[in-house]
Design a protein around this ligand. Structure first.
Ligand SMILES: [Fe+2]
Length: 419
């Protein structure tokens, strides 16, 4: 059954349209305009003229701002109108921060989250982590994916219409809206944001192909880039790497071998070369899924901590272990953890799911020797660069859904842990 209208209908109560479902936020034709300027320098403002939204791309527009100054806070003003003959019908304001680059030393705050959806939100207005993180004065935020779940009910999103319905509904939530209007954000995707659990190239969900799932994420719903993996020098002391974990992967079901990959050869060489070349004090690799684990003992064949991708996992772990200042952060797993293997330089910080309702998949009693911390609850990971007697320190704090710190690890400028 691939008739799209029949598939859409199958997810709706009798006589009810998609626009009438609770939380629906359908797009509409119209024009938008953007004005932006560095904080306190409104006289330097620039304007991008009225542009029509694209109905073929869920009524969106994307602007790429090429002329931004480093280490600067910008103010944004968006205007909307129906057409050239009509008055401005809506405005809203936002802010974002640009990265400082290799020359700029100074404190930085950031957060990393994973795994939440509309149905498992913990507040009528959204997810409580977004209210908590607004208090953190973040320079930037990274979502590691499973931002929504196409393959969970109410509705199952196995058509493009239903997929867009889920994005529009989630990002219309007040807590999410307030947070994103004021925070520099990087969005990574994972399996549930493309098609469904453990998806890999070649799969389909209803009539939607894996390639179409990538397009909707990478070119329509979230900011488009030439490559979906990137590295950003946030300051003299911090560089981050954001990995692409789905686009280039082998089939999960293939036997493990030196050719079997999650990153793909080009991305892997780029990762190794750029890590080697970087003189940042702290280097943080953000991966959608775990590299160290441990993952669930049975049934997983999707990430570098699983046997199914062990060869490439070992190659990455051996490379990173040569350095004493590289840290893995990951999403995907629905519990919070810190993993460190004694006598290695390997550290991994799993941020956990975005709500307590969403936590699970590991037993709180199952503490392994490599676990420095384990908590089967929701929350987020807060990261911080601070200075002690002019020397930089890197902090990772696991936080609960209300922003309370439940665990902290601190590293000195050589990358050594302080406790
Ligand atoms: Fe997830």
């Amino acid at each position: 059954m691939t008739d799209v209208a029949v598939l859409n209908r199958s997810q709706l109560p009798e006589g009810v349209s998609l626009e009438e479902i609770q939380g629906a936020c359908p797009g509409t034709d119209g024009q938008v305009k953007l004005r932006y300027y560095p904080e306190n320098r409104e006289s330097d403002s620039r304007e991008l003229d009225w542009t029509s939204v694209d109905p073929a791309r869920n009524f969106t527009v994307q602007w790429k701002l090429q002329d931004l100054a480093p280490g600067t806070s910008y103010q944004l003003e968006f205007l909307a109108r129906k057409d050239a003959g009509s008055a401005v019908s809506d405005t809203f304001h936002g802010t974002f921060q640009t990265a400082g680059g290799a020359e700029m030393a100074g404190p930085l705050n950031f957060s990393i989250v994973s795994c939440h959806d509309y149905d498992r939100k913990d507040h009528p207005d959204g997810h409580k982590i977004y209210a908590a993180m607004l208090e953190d004065d973040l320079d930037f935020y990274i979502h590691t994916g499973d931002i929504e779940y196409y393959d969970k009910p109410n509705p199952y999103a196995f058509t493009e219409e239903l997929m867009r319905f889920k994005w529009d509904r989630l990002f219309a939530l007040p807590l999410q809206r307030d947070f994103y209007a004021r925070t520099t954000a990087y969005f990574m995707k994972d399996d549930h944001d493309i098609l469904y659990d453990d998806a890999f190239p070649g799969m389909t969900y209803g009539p939607v192909t894996f390639e179409r799932g990538l397009e909707i994420f990478d070119e329509e719903q979230f900011p488009s880039r030439d490559t979906t993996y990137t590295t950003i020098r946030w300051g003299k002391d911090l560089q981050i790497w954001i990995l692409e974990g789905r686009r280039y992967r082998s089939k999960n079901t293939d036997p493990d071998s030196p050719a079997k990959t999650i990153l793909g050869e080009a991305q892997k060489q780029w990762l190794f070369n750029t890590l080697q070349a970087s003189d940042a004090t702290f280097k943080v690799i953000v991966s959608a899924s775990p590299v160290l684990g441990p993952d669930r003992p049975r049934g997983k064949n999707d990430n570098h901590s699983n046997k199914a991708f062990q060869t490439e996992g070992d190659e990455i772990r051996a490379f990173v272990n040569q350095f004493d200042n590289i840290f893995f952060c990951n999403g995907d797993r629905h519990w919070q953890y810190v993993t460190h293997f004694e006598d290695t330089n390997l550290w991994e910080f799993g941020c956990g799911a975005g709500a307590d309702e969403h936590a699970g998949g590991w037993s709180q009693d199952n503490v392994q020797p490599e676990h420095r911390f384990l908590r089967v609850k929701g929350g987020y990971l807060f990261g911080q660069v601070t200075y002690e007697n002019d020397q930089p320190q890197l902090h990772f704090q696991h936080r609960d859904v209300d922003g309370k710190t439940v665990h902290e690890e601190v590293f000195d400028s050589s990358g050594a842990p302080l406790q």
